[in-house]
Design a protein around this ligand. Structure first.
Ligand SMILES: [Zn+2]
Length: 309
């Protein structure tokens, strides 16, 4: 997908804002793109670089075909420097090298762009070195910093940049992205119902606990569906051992809620019954939030679903 299509769909506000700024020559010198992984920060940086260097703009959009666009796409344009962590950190030498590149050509008034990906990974001396650079910029440049951990960026750097917030992915986009990563459709849907953050979703997915819990809750759901009294015993036997932490307890209830929602959306049976159970589940979540013990909440829930008409 070209940057333009991706950005127009995933980040329409950010995209139209920056498009306008560049069109009217009002770009700031430094931007800090802040948002979850996969929300389009790198695409936005690439689009801006292309927009500034493209030799064949089409309707104010980079053509993606000219020599400059292609070199930027491949990360090989001499005036577009991209810095990424080497290992776990961005080191001061990387920033110094960047400065050297810029001062070499600083007297020519040509436009230059540098992009710092995972800017939160700069170690302290790299960050300080960058700060000096931002304070006394040589020539005409555009700095694009990207981060998914704004809190780890020095406040002094933040204050030198215009901060642009990238919205979390909409659930359908999150699902799309997770499926593209090779996660099964149903797991992706389940994950998107548990969180709206891409990173968080991947984190939950990679957690061994999740895959066990998914199957266990599925089995619980099957008992509950049949109003089988096993559903009550199952809480003690299989659900509680999975619910040691508060976060896990919350996720277990949300998973059950997910299975019931799917059932409601697929089923042609009376909607009243599904609605009643969804209400019971929401009540259960509220009780959990109000610090009723998880065992209590889960057992009561099971009893209500099994025995109440
Ligand atoms: Zn072009």
């Amino acid at each position: 997908m070209e940057e333009r299509d991706f950005l127009a769909e995933y980040q329409p506000l950010v995209f139209s804002q920056l498009k306008k700024s560049v069109k009217h020559g009002r770009l700031a010198h430094a931007y800090l793109f802040e948002g979850d992984q996969g929300t389009g920060k790198a695409a936005m940086s690439r689009w801006l670089a292309k927009r500034l260097f493209c030799t064949d703009l089409q309707d104010d959009e980079p053509c993606n075909r000219c020599n400059n666009c292609r070199r930027i796409e491949q990360g090989e344009h001499p005036d577009v420097q991209i810095i990424q962590p080497e290992g776990q950190t961005i080191k001061v030498d990387q920033i110094r090298q960047l400065q050297a590149e810029f001062s070499k050509s600083g007297f020519e008034s040509r436009q230059q762009v540098f992009i710092i990906q995972d800017a939160d990974k700069m170690n302290a001396s790299a960050a300080n070195s960058l700060l000096k650079f931002l304070e006394e910029p040589p020539g005409s440049f555009l700095a694009l910093l990207e981060t998914d951990a704004l809190g780890r960026i020095l406040p002094t750097i933040q204050s030198r940049c215009q901060i642009i917030h990238f919205l979390p992915l909409a659930p359908e986009h999150l699902i799309e992205k997770l499926v593209k990563d090779g996660i099964g459709k149903e797991s992706a849907q389940l994950l998107a119902s548990l969180t709206n953050g891409y990173q968080k979703a991947v984190e939950i997915y990679q957690n061994e606990w999740f895959n066990g819990a998914k199957d266990t809750v599925m089995q619980w759901f099957t008992y509950l569906e049949k109003r089988d009294p096993q559903a009550f015993i199952y809480v003690q036997k299989r659900i509680l051992p999975l619910a040691k932490e508060k976060e896990q307890q919350r996720l277990l209830l949300q998973m059950l809620l997910f299975y019931y929602r799917i059932k409601r959306d697929r089923s042609t049976e009376s909607a009243t019954e599904s609605t009643r159970i969804l209400e019971l589940l929401l009540q259960a979540e509220q009780k959990l939030t109000a610090n009723v013990s998880f065992q209590n909440v889960a057992e009561q829930l099971a009893l209500r679903i099994i025995y109440q008409k």
